[in-house]
Design a protein around this ligand. Structure first.
Ligand SMILES: Nc1ncnc2c1ncn2[C@@H]1O[C@H](COP(=O)(O)OP(=O)(O)O)[C@@H](O)[C@H]1O
Ligand SMILES: [Mg+2]
Ligand SMILES: [Zn+2]
Length: 510
């Protein structure tokens, strides 16, 4: 007696189909489980055996062999429990084989036959849908998550008996159904708005430019200047998530086990703000069986590194590859794991350890101390930050004369305008934003007129700029021109972009 149930393994944020075969033959009553299995999968043998018994299924004393294929794919985790149990019950005739057709199973089993929540259901259901499966049977607590994928029936089951009844058409269990409108991928209210921030017009302007071209940005300023407050509001001026973006982010959260069953999809642009004591694995992703890190949880949103110099420098170094490639690759003996990590880096720091340099009334740090503090930020990281601004404390007058500042909604409208221009300009390219321009494409898309060339040349010599700084100025001026609805980069755009470089001149090069 032979049977087969289909399941899937998570691979990065995609699923790979795994077939679970069961063979029952005469011989010593042995239960064998093979197929390049991680320890948790090997333990499925005990969980499944006991839960079959406790669910009331009597299995004759036979030799049972379970094989999980493909053989070269390492299988990890507990989600194969359910397909293993189903395959065994089918081999023993409790379920006709044809009832398993076009059906995919995932779920962890308790010893009492209950089916527990697992990670990665969303990407697996999505894969099943793409491959033409008709239904997925998942743990009840993953039901909503799976049902976010339209076009495939997702059943949430609570225990093994219910699963068997469902497969044998013995019970009325409806697939989860979520109206597309209810997936509403708009913003959830969190009451943060740029209008909460008084003054800081220059900083807000720089942030608007950064969000428009997906430029990484560093804010330098004394404690209490409002850096954290500003950073938290950046997602509110980024475009509302599209359904595709929402789905992709949700896959990352699903794999990380961070989707709860109260909603199907992540509906808000991520804002991740890991503490500076974070480990490399937690930031970039990792672990024995890798999981996505903060940079992937910030996918399509903001990764905020507050108090940047306090982070371990080796940890920060791991950001370099994902900042270039918009994804992170983690190599393990059992395979290579890829997670998306397309985020906007926002960093904040004090200019010195006391926080008040260059205010000589408050800062007693020696020039060397300041230098050492700033020197904690590595040059390669600074090279990936297009916009660098000084954030000063708003003065009493400004706070007192608080007039209503512009809302996030207004700013967002301009950001979206600038993004639309970029999307259409780069429609035949492999990138979307000005921040992704390479030296070669800069020449193509950031052409300067005569006056502008002279201006840039002057700044170049006067400020003693590096080639890298030169390219960043051009990229940022491209975004400023786009915000202005201007196809040509004019002097005013260029000179504003130059301002966003003067700070790292002041602090990092003398
Ligand atoms: N421009 C501002 N408008 C309104 N409140 C502000 C402003 N700047 C600072 N604050 C207040 O000061 C608090 C501290 O700001 P914070 O963002 O933590 O500063 P920083 O991160 O630069 O140390 C904020 O929570 C806010 O209440
Ligand atoms: Mg702060
Ligand atoms: Zn100081």
């Amino acid at each position: 007696m032979f049977s087969k149930a289909l399941s899937a393994a998570v691979n990065g944020i995609d699923g790979t189909i795994v077939s679970v075969e069961a063979d029952v033959s005469d011989g010593l009553p042995i239960f064998d489980l093979v197929g390049y299995l991680g320890s948790e999968v090997r333990e499925a043998r005990e969980r499944v055996r006991i839960s079959l018994k406790n669910s009331g299924y009597k299995l004759p004393a036979k030799r049972i062999t379970i094989n999980l294929s493909p053989a070269d794919l390492r299988k990890e985790g507990t989600a194969f429990d359910l397909p293993i149990a189903v395959a065994i019950l089918t081999a023993f005739g409790y379920i006709p084989q044809e009832n398993l057709e076009k059906t995919l199973f995932i779920g962890e089993m308790s010893l009492n036959g209950e089916i527990n929540k697992v990670n990665g259901v969303l990407p697996i259901v999505y894969t099943a849908y793409r491959l033409g499966f008709e239904r997925c049977i998942v743990p009840i607590d993953n039901g909503k998550e799976g049902a976010a994928v339209q076009g495939i029936d997702v059943y949430g089951v609570k225990n093994l008996q219910e699963t068997v009844k469902l497969l044998n058409n013995d019970c009325i269990l409806e697939p989860y159904f979520i109206h597309k409108e209810d997936l509403a991928y708009g913003d959830e209210a969190d009451n943060l708005d740029f209008s909460d921030v008084t003054g800081q017009e220059l900083t807000k302007r720089a942030i608007e430019i950064a969000a428009s071209g997906m430029h990484n940005i560093l804010m330098v300023g004394p404690p209490g200047a409002g850096k954290t407050m500003l950073a938290k509001r950046i997602p509110t001026i980024m475009p509302v998530l599209t359904f595709e973006e929402s789905l992709e982010i949700s896959k990352v959260y699903s794999v990380a086990g961070l989707l709860n069953n109260s909603r199907s999809l992540i509906q808000k642009r991520p804002f991740r703000s890991p503490h500076h004591t974070i480990t490399t694995a937690a930031l970039a992703g990792g672990g024995r069986t890798p999981l996505p890190g903060e940079i992937s949880l910030a996918h399509f949103g903001v990764l905020f590194l507050d108090e940047l110099p306090e982070f371990n420098s080796n940890t920060i170094e791991t950001l370099r590859q994902p900042l270039e490639e918009n994804e992170v690759t983690i190599a393990r003996v059992q395979g290579t794991y890829r997670y998306p990590a397309d985020f906007m880096l926002v960093a904040a720091m004090n200019p010195c350890s006391c926080g008040y340099y260059p205010d000589r009334n408050k800062c007693g740090c020696s020039p060397n101390q300041v230098k050492r503090y700033l020197g904690k930020i590595s040059r390669p990281l600074l090279d990936r930050i297009d916009i660098c601004i000084e954030v000063l404390q708003v003065n009493y007058k400004e706070l007192e004369n608080h007039k209503l500042a512009e809302t996030s909604e207004n700013i967002r409208a301009r950001v979206m305008g600038a993004r639309d221009i970029q999307l259409s300009r780069y429609k035949d390219e492999k990138f979307y934003f000005n921040s992704q321009l390479t030296p070669k494409t800069i020449n193509q898309y950031c052409k300067l007129g005569k006056k502008e060339k002279i201006l840039l040349e002057k700044a170049f010599t006067k400020m003693n700029l590096t080639a890298r700084a030169y390219h960043r100025i051009l990229k940022v001026s491209r975004t400023i021109a786009d915000l202005d609805g201007c196809e040509v980069i004019k002097e005013k755009h260029l000179s504003e972009a130059i301002c966003y470089r003067s700070l790292d001149k002041k602090y990092w090069e003398d």
